[in-house]
Design a protein. Sequence first.
Length: 468
Amino acid sequence: MKNKYKQLISNTAILGIGTFGSKLLVFFMVRFYTACLTTAEYGIADIITQTANLLIPLLSLGIAEAVFRFTLDRDSDKAAVFSTGLFIILGGGAVFACLIPVFNAFDHFAGYGVLIWAYTFFSCLHTLCIQFLRAKGRMKQFAGYGILSTAVTIALNIIFLLGFDMGITGYVLSVILSDAFVTLLLFFTESLWREVHIKALSRSTTVSMLKYSIPLIPTTVFWWVTNVADRYMVTWMISPHADGIYAVSYKIPTLLILLSGIFIEAWQFSAVTEKGDTDHSAFFEKVFDSFQALMFIAGCALTAFSKIAVDIMATEDYYEAWQYIPVLSVATIFSSLVTFMGSVYLVEKKSVMSFITSMTGAVINIVLNLLLIPTPLGVNGAAIATFASYFVVFIIRAVNGQKYIRFKMHPVKLTVNTLLACIQAFCMVAETPGWIFVQITVLVLIFVINAQPILAGIMQVLHRRRHA
């Protein structure tokens, strides 16, 4: 009998090797972007891409998520699932093309309407194809195309920004052309065209998939609100310059998203395919314990080195971004934990609960942004709002998720970790007397508290390999 932990580690390793290097390059491209774009241009480019990200679930009806989940079912008609997803996206693309003049009517988007539409449409097609490949268990190919997509995007960024000085247009166009190229390559080299059959379309499959995906539309929108609304509010309440600084501070904690995202992609596959096993709850418990340990260690390390990170990642004009990283690092830890708990809803196909919890987070985020940004906290008020919304959603999902999959979450350890991370972030931002000592102390304590499940997992894997 296969070992589920070994498969999870194997898939994570494949995705890690295949995507970490490429995504790390994108991470370090922030310095290149900040050198080529002014703070105001970077802020506008960020607003354009984030607006397109908001439109993605609306154009696609969230169907890529349904394609991934339904393809995982052993008795599903793969051709019907993929064909349904493809035709829904093509139809959505045609409808959204009519909205191009609407985008151009807004000051910040004037002249960028076609780019917003193209970014949205080709992103949907790329996500559909790559998620179908992942659901079929082709992790090596999934990771390989991720590397290719990143390489093409970076090459086009260098050509458009450095070579042709295309500014905002070049920044956005690089992603569009990369998505279009990789999608075409996927479609033909992986023979996805063989999965497209009009005759395979069925009312029952379409209805089942839409029942799952439609609640995910507002879910995705609400997560977008939680992640991005503060940037709009910072732009409008303070300035595009402030948003440009804040956008850079957001980029650095995405290193945590990168680390957790690699694991979550492998974990979602294992969580669904191992459903029904007698020790499914124990599986969740062990994986969650190790996952939260890694997130707190990485998050607190990022907080401690936030000044150094900005020095490395951005030009001098963006240096003040460091002061927003500590709070955003804690927020990102809980963003990752929220995503993990979302796997419970993925396994049980409870997309409505994803919708309800994400709506709660979005409402909290907007209210707190309105209250905190105009105060002396300023931009850090937006960061605090982001943390608070993720924290509340995690608590709700942790309690509600027990109704579907009951597993131990080690609440005492979680509480201590959270308190230490918050104390560390406060001392870093406020630069309290002895703040360097606090950073070192917290890092040591966090490691001591969380090292056990990580070291146990490593020893378990080494032991099994030795006796294989």
